[in-house]
Design a protein around this ligand. Structure first.
Ligand SMILES: CC(C)(COP(=O)(O)OP(=O)(O)OC[C@H]1O[C@@H](n2cnc3c(N)ncnc32)[C@H](O)[C@@H]1OP(=O)(O)O)[C@@H](O)C(=O)NCCC(=O)NCCS
Length: 179
């Protein structure tokens, strides 16, 4: 799984499965997030610890999976977005998604969501879930538009969704090449 994608601003990003050596890049991505984005993703203002980044970067590519969006300006490759899932107590594949602030609004969140849902389905995961802050309209709209939501519960300012991939999801980003 690897493809190059041209975003709405003309920038090219590589979308690929996460690798163990991404741990320091995950920490750098997390360090660069605005407090708001950080809180919307992790429900906390705490940055990733090295052991957490290590765990996030080491997936089994089945029950736990992550895809990253990487830019490479010729110096050091940098991660600008990550989508992941891991097993939940309810037996769903629980999704987490974040795009670096400067890269939001370009279709990357939509693309990463579609890629992680596709990766999950290919690995036999068809029921997904996500916890989203109830005031996070952007993420809720993204999920409502690109998935088929089967359950929605709201408690303590958090909206918990169960959903499956929508076969007719429309990708707005333009894909070039890849496999
Ligand atoms: C949610 C998130 C992943 C979306 O990423 P993104 O790259 O901005 O997403 P897209 O560019 O594909 O846009 C997604 C939607 O947001 C809308 N949007 C994008 N930028 C926006 C902005 N500045 N203001 C309002 N809406 C905006 C888009 O129009 C699109 O809406 P649509 O699906 O109705 O067309 C990103 O905002 C993020 O990382 N947020 C913090 C973490 C988070 O909320 N994670 C979800 C819970 S795990």
């Amino acid at each position: 799984m690897e493809q190059s994608v041209t975003l709405r601003n003309g920038a090219s990003v590589r979308v690929r499965a996460i690798r163990p050596d991404d741990a320091p890049r995950l920490m750098a991505l997390c360090r660069g997030l605005s407090p708001r984005t950080l809180y919307q993703r992790f429900f906390s203002f705490r940055r990733l610890l090295p052991e957490e980044a290590h765990a996030f970067a080491n997936v089994d590519y089945g029950q736990r999976m992550a895809v990253v969006a990487e830019v490479d300006d010729g110096h050091e490759p940098e991660l600008v977005g990550v989508a992941r899932y891991g097993p939940s107590e309810e037996g769903t594949a629980d999704i987490g998604l974040v795009v670096a602030d400067a890269w939001q609004g370009l279709g990357l969140g939509t693309l990463l969501l579609e890629e992680i849902l596709h990766a999950g389905e290919q690995r036999g995961n068809h029921q997904f879930s996500a916890d989203v802050l109830t005031d996070n309209r952007r993420a809720l709209r993204l999920l409502a538009r690109h998935t088929a939501i089967t359950r929605r519960t709201v408690a303590g300012g958090v909206t918990s969704l169960v959903f499956s991939r929508r076969a007719d999801a429309v990708l707005e980003a333009t894909k070039h090449g890849g496999s």
